[in-house]
Structures are given as C-alpha cells and as structure tokens.
Design a binder for this molecule. Sequence first.
Ligand SMILES: [Zn+2]
Length: 158
Amino acid sequence: MATATPMFIADAALGRLATWLRLLGCDVVYARAADEAELIRHARAEQRVLLTRNTRLLRRRALPPHLFVHSDDFRLQLKQVVEACGLRVAPAFLARCVRCNTPIENLDRAAACTRVPEYVCETQTAFARCPSCGRIYWPATHVARMRRELARMGLQAD
Ligand SMILES: [Zn+2]
C-alpha cells in the first residue's frame, strides 16, 4: 500500500507554496488570516501538517506535526517540502483547483468553449473545471508550463 500523501495547512507567509503544492495534487489549506492558535487548532483537527515560516510559533509547546520552511523563495520552499515529505512530483497534476483547493472535474469541450477564449477552444481538447469557484483549466497547456517550472527547480516530474 502506498503511503498516504499528507495534507497541509500553510500559514500566511506561504501562499505561493500552497498554490504549488495544490498543483502537485496536495490538499492544502492556505490559512491567510489565521492567528497562531487557530493554525494549531485547525492543523490538529484535520490532521494536517503545519507549514510555517514563523519562528515564534515553533516555540509553542505541544505543536502538531509541522515543518519549518527555511527559505523565502517558493522554489526552495517547494523543494524542501517535497523532499521532507517524500511527495511524488507528478501523478496528480491538476487534481485540485490552485485557487481554492477543491478537486477539479472534467468538463466537456462544448461546455468549456462557451467560457474560454476562442483560440483556447480551437487549440485545446481536454478541459477541467473547479466545481466550487468555476475556474476552468486546460491541462495540456498548464501541465507543460508546470513541468518546465518544476525542471527549473530541479524537481523533475516522472
Ligand atoms: Zn476553485
């Protein structure tokens, strides 16, 4: 049995990291407005690994599982989390909405074409939609861009 991918909660300093972890298919709550006590409570209640840049928070007693993120650079942050948590860089590309963390669903082309620019409709064949916020994705383009960026980070996708 494969080990379950951990779920995460990211503090206010880690918005871009949260987006990138979602791109890899991880379930990430971005707790932009939570204070320290809320972060800890939320992490514990949903058994999420707490990702933080806040050294003061680390001094609290009885922290739930957490990872102190060292860098200010989201590329190095992502690399750290991928390595520390043994995340696979690949299988769940675009499984989650990067904006709101909801699992996305396939959308048929006819429906997509009423909502995307004409050139996108003409050049893309597969589409997906977030059922929560309505954002539409065209995986071919998004995945290609993501692979290039991951390669630049030294995280080669399988
Ligand atoms: Zn969404």
